[in-house]
Ligand binder design. Structure first.
Ligand code: ATP
Ligand code: MG
Length: 449
């Protein structure tokens, strides 16, 4: 393209960047004596009659949003050679993509910026607009009057709409930020598509890496060790492939990120050890366990030594090993071997608390599979039931996630693979994130003679 010195009344100063769909220039509005950014669409677009129409409708959408969190469009026009352009507010601080050139951000700043982007998306959603292309290069930074960094949403899926209009196949650089439903023709897109992209932006800012394909995203704390579990949960929840299981809207995500950015939750001071009455552990022994640093798993046994299981070392802080009464769950009563091991037993019964651990209890008579099928956790999201064939067990496994504290619960009934008889084992697993390595824990359960 030959160089231009003027676009309409705007004097071109220098290019700000080039995307897949055109070039953005820093220009000066001599009439109003103010800097502006002018995006000139690439030649490919200019011959399509419907493009200008789309272009105008996008500009109207931006106006409709009328939010200071969304880049303002001042003007729209066409160069003498037919290429359309639009004139927008100039963001003096570059983009989030520029910030990422120096690697991941301090976590609090990453959360704050993602929350600002989520507030912007929420403003769009309020106006009935889904952005559909939220990614670091479309999140512009502007210095506010008080000197703080503000985030402006740019582009509004404009590029995508235009690409569709012109029938071009998209080579959009948005892989990693795009929710699965956006790749599915006719899936119907709603605000939760933007929630996914916002989660991807937060993930990128925190870890320095673009998330993998939907459903194959590496846990952010693997890439940023020591990450607050609350941050991990917030991002993971935004990035769920199933939109029903994401944050319900951008505002909920923004609120959570703002809360997390403002520091860790004050810990509850009172740490009274309560009896695990719901699980009816009869008698209480509290033991601090030896932690073998070499192995990542810990074999835990009840006081009689009959029931054992392997758990991740981190769960092995506290143990009650004195057995339980299946009668409390409606099975035939009696005192049976069992244990509960967790990183904080005081939180075991509170679905609103973060806790990681497992309860394993031998069941006498009764039908443990029927028991597990009848359990419910109304405050959590039910993920469904699965049957696992394990080395020594047939396992009926039901899973709940997004409990009030963000964690998950797994309820499992283990029976001998020949279908019935003895022994039967009831297992409950709680984790502060989604259910992970459930098979490993269940498969490690052993009952001695
Ligand atoms: P894509 O083509 O996939 O959208 P992109 O977002 O990088 O990629 P453009 O939207 O064309 O492409 O923007 C190119 C670059 O211009 C941006 O990355 C950003 O650095 C800069 N830019 C865009 N709009 C503005 C603006 N209003 N103020 C300042 N810089 C801007
Ligand atoms: Mg862009």
């Amino acid at each position: 393209m030959h160089s231009v010195e003027r676009i309409g009344r705007y004097r071109i100063e220098r290019p700000l960047g080039t995307g897949a769909f055109g070039t953005v220039w820093l220009a000066h509005d001599d009439t109003l004596d103010a800097p502006v950014a002018v995006k000139v669409l690439a030649d490919n677009w200019s011959h399509r009659l419907d493009v200008r129409e789309r272009f105008l409708s996008e500009a109207r959408l931006l106006r409709r949003a009328g939010s200071r969190r969304v880049v303002q469009v001042y003007d729209i026009g066409e160069l003498p050679d037919g290429r359309p352009y639009f004139v927008m507010e100039y963001a003096d601080g570059g983009t989030l993509a520029d910030l990422l050139d120096d690697g991941p951000l301090p976590v609090a700043e990453a959360l704050r910026l993602t929350a600002l982007a989520a507030r912007g998306a929420d403003a769009l959603h309020e106006a009935g607009i889904v952005h559909r292309d939220i990614k670091p290069s479309n999140l512009l930074l502007r210095t506010g009057p008080d000197g703080t960094r503000q985030v402006l949403l740019a582009d509004l899926g404009l590029a995508k709409t235009l690409a569709e209009a012109s029938g071009l196949t998209l080579a959009a650089g948005s892989a990693g930020y795009r929710p699965p439903e956006q790749a599915e023709p006719g899936a119907g897109i709603d605000a939760r598509a933007d929630v996914y992209s916002l989660g991807a932006v937060g993930y990128h800012l925190v870890t320095g890496a673009v998330p993998g394909a939907p459903g194959k995203v590496v846990r952010p704390d693997r890439l940023r060790p020591g990450l607050d579990p609350g941050v991990r949960r917030a991002l993971t929840r935004a990035l769920r492939p199933d939109r029903e299981r994401r944050w319900p809207d951008a505002r909920a995500l923004a609120e959570e990120l703002e809360r997390l950015a403002s520091g860790p939750r004050p810990r509850r001071r009172h740490r009274v050890l309560v009896l695990v009455s719901g699980l009816a552990v009869a008698g209480v022994t509290l033991a601090l366990m030896d932690r073998g640093s070499a192995s990542a798993e810990l074999r835990v046994a009840d006081a009689t030594g009959r029931v054992t299981a392997e758990v991740p070392v981190g769960w092995g802080r506290q143990l009650r090993d004195s057995g339980w009464d299946p009668g409390t769950l409606g099975l035939p009563a009696g005192h049976r071997p069992g244990f509960v091991v967790a990183d904080d037993l005081a939180k075991w019964q509170d679905l609103g608390a973060d806790v990681n651990g497992v309860f394993v209890g031998l069941v006498g008579e009764g039908d443990v599979t029927a028991l597990v099928n009848a359990l419910a956790h109304p405050g959590c999201h039910y993920d469904g039931a699965r049957d696992h064939t394990l080395d020594e067990w047939f396992g009926r496994v039901r899973t709940w996630s997004d409990c009030p504290g963000g964690g998950s619960v797994v309820e499992a009934g283990l029976t001998p693979p020949d279908g019935g008889g003895q022994p039967q084992v009831y297992v409950q697993i709680r984790q502060d994130g989604g259910p992970e390595d459930v098979r490993g824990v269940l498969g490690s359960v052993r009952v001695g003679g």
